[in-house]
Design a protein around this ligand. Structure first.
Ligand SMILES: [Ca+2]
Ligand SMILES: [Ca+2]
Length: 143
């Protein structure tokens, strides 16, 4: 966990960078796919869903903590990922929905930077890292 400064432009820049974004999505997918069958089941997705839920709570979108309500929220989040409703999430579904959620997040953030507590292996942390690397390499060329 680390505290990072984040704005909408950092997130959008990351999503639009195909190489960085697709690479991170693949990494994350295989990390979550514990039985390595190329598909994510509900239980495999749970860690990721909890991560998204933490972000939603951060934005005050939803602050319910009742366990029954929570499993309902995770269920509907999972259904959102599972586009063809076959009970599992494949890489394409995972990529498409992650992208959509991050665009929504960028819209929410706008261009006013906010401080957020980020997981080391979260997509948002990767977006921040990418931005920092970009700035550093820019400094090198201009110096
Ligand atoms: Ca699996
Ligand atoms: Ca599916």
């Amino acid at each position: 966990m680390s505290v990072e400064l984040l704005d909408g432009a950092i997130i959008l820049g990351f999503i639009e960078d195909d190489e960085a974004f697709n690479g991170s999505v693949k990494d994350r997918f295989s990390h979550l796919d514990t039985n390595q069958d190329g598909l994510l089941s509900y239980s495999e997705m749970l860690k990721e869903l909890q991560c998204f839920r933490m972000i939603e709570t951060h934005f005050g979108i939803d602050v319910k903590t009742d366990p029954g309500e929570l499993s309902h929220i995770y269920n509907s989040l999972f259904l959102q990922f599972d586009h063809d409703s076959n009970g599992t999430v494949d890489l394409e579904e995972f990529k498409a929905e992650t992208k959509q959620m991050m665009v929504a997040m960028a819209d929410n953030l706008g261009f006013l930077p906010v401080q957020m507590i980020l997981d080391e292996d979260s997509f948002l942390k990767k977006a921040v890292d990418r931005e920092l690397t970009k700035l550093q390499s820019h400094d090198h060329t201009s110096a």
